[in-house]
Design a protein around this ligand. Structure first.
Ligand SMILES: Nc1ncnc2c1ncn2[C@@H]1O[C@H](COP(=O)(O)OP(=O)(O)O)[C@@H](O)[C@H]1O
Ligand SMILES: [Mg+2]
Length: 366
């Protein structure tokens, strides 16, 4: 746990950070966000003592960071920065092994660790291990930077705009990968960014700074749903409703699906529609095969005759076109609702098996 208590950093003319108090619990990913110059990097650097606070204290697991030898402290904290990249004269593997070698790990252990980390970050060790930083793309170099920070298995990761230099597509890709890695490793992370979408996407907590002061601290949902003031509101943007949807999962809004087997007799189909009448989702019956895989639907707005024809001459659909996966965000689902102009969509698993349905009304209410 990292606890920042009433910390200020004063330069001659002004404060870079002012009366900052902030606690990051174990396993949390806290995004420090705010406009340029608001004190994000200064805060990060005070945690690993690259900068000394003018007043206040910072403790890690209850121990004041100034009571721990600097080398010991930094070994416990992986540090990733945007600009100062890798050592250009060292190969990728050597770059990742820097800290383990400083710690005098056995060469075989340190090399094994570096190879594992390359794999974890989606870089083939055979292809990339021997390359030099100049031979890497921006995204690859940033992956190596993350691998290097993770090398000695620190409890804490401090990351200063680590994906800042990437184009939006590689950035999103690396964010996804990073989230997957974090779900496995449960590091305590302080992550600096100026990109609110990134903060909302990655953070379990978001701390918004302005002019060195903390304006609001909470879960991304809290910031988006209840901005503390006009500044936060403006910062999180007019599309905050959409951003909130990007944090919510379809799986959490699942309703039981109304379905019929594709061999169902006409009476059953009509009985089902009668049963659904009056419910808020009476328009569709999903059609499934013997294995409960989605193969199509019958639109209840049609005449009885047409419905029966629909079942009989069922046009098999590609579920990818109309169905939602449980792991989709409601933002993704909303895009499909709009695209298909429907009020209800089926949710299927990886094998196309029907899991339930989600409703537009829920998305609009959430
Ligand atoms: N060494 C320094 N001397 C004087 N002012 C500084 C120094 N370092 C940073 N500052 C000022 O402190 C403020 C916060 O800087 P920084 O933490 O780097 O901001 P951020 O990372 O949020 O963009 C800025 O106004 C910056 O100009
Ligand atoms: Mg900065």
């Amino acid at each position: 746990m990292i606890r920042i208590e009433n910390v200020s950093k004063r330069y001659e003319k002004s404060y870079a950070v002012r009366n900052l108090s902030l606690t990051v619990a174990k396993g949390e990913l806290c995004c420090l966000i705010g406009p340029s110059g608001c004190g994000k990097s200064t805060t990060l650097k005070m945690i690993n003592r690259m900068i000394a606070p003018s007043s206040g204290t910072i403790t890690v697991d209850g121990v004041d960071v100034h009571e721990v030898p600097v080398a010991t402290l930094r070994r416990r904290m992986g540090y990733v920065i945007q600009s100062i990249g890798l050592f250009p004269h060292m190969t990728v593997l050597a770059n990742i092994q820097v800290v383990p070698r400083l710690l005098r790990w056995e060469e075989s252990r340190s090399r094994k660790r570096a190879l594992e980390l390359l794999e974890l970050l989606g870089l083939s060790p055979d292809t990339y291990g021997g390359k030099y930083p100049a031979e890497l793309s921006g995204g690859q170099a940033q992956r190596v930077g993350v691998a290097r920070a993770l090398a000695a298995d620190p409890q804490i990761l401090l990351m200063d705009e680590p994906f800042g230099a990437l184009d939006p597509i590689s950035r999103e890709h690396l964010q996804n990968q990073f989230l997957a890695i974090q779900q496995e490793l449960h590091k305590t992370i302080v992550f600096v960014t100026h990109d609110i979408d990134e903060a909302v996407r990655l953070g379990t907590k978001v701390a918004l700074l302005r002019d060195g002061r903390l304006v609001q601290y909470g879960s991304p949902e809290q910031l988006l749903a209840a901005p503390a003031d006009a500044f936060v509101k403006k910062f999180v943007g007019l599309d905050r409703a959409l951003k909130r949807l990007s944090r919510l999962l379809a799986a959490d809004f699942l309703h039981p699906a109304n379905s019929v087997a594709r061999q169902a007799p006409p009476e059953l189909l009509e009985a089902e529609f009668r049963r659904l009448e009056g419910s808020d989702c009476a328009r569709y019956l999903w059609v499934t095969d013997e294995e409960n895989r989605l193969v199509g639907w019958v639109d209840g707005n049609n005449t009885t005759e047409k419905r029966l024809n629909m079942l009989e001459d069922l046009v098999e659909i590609d579920p990818a076109d109309i169905s939602v996966r449980p792991g989709y965000s409601l933002k993704q689902a909303l895009a499909m609702f709009v695209q298909q102009s429907v009020a209800c969509l089926p949710v299927v698993d990886d094998e196309r098996r029907l899991q339930g349905e989600i409703r537009l009304a829920d998305v609009l209410k959430s």
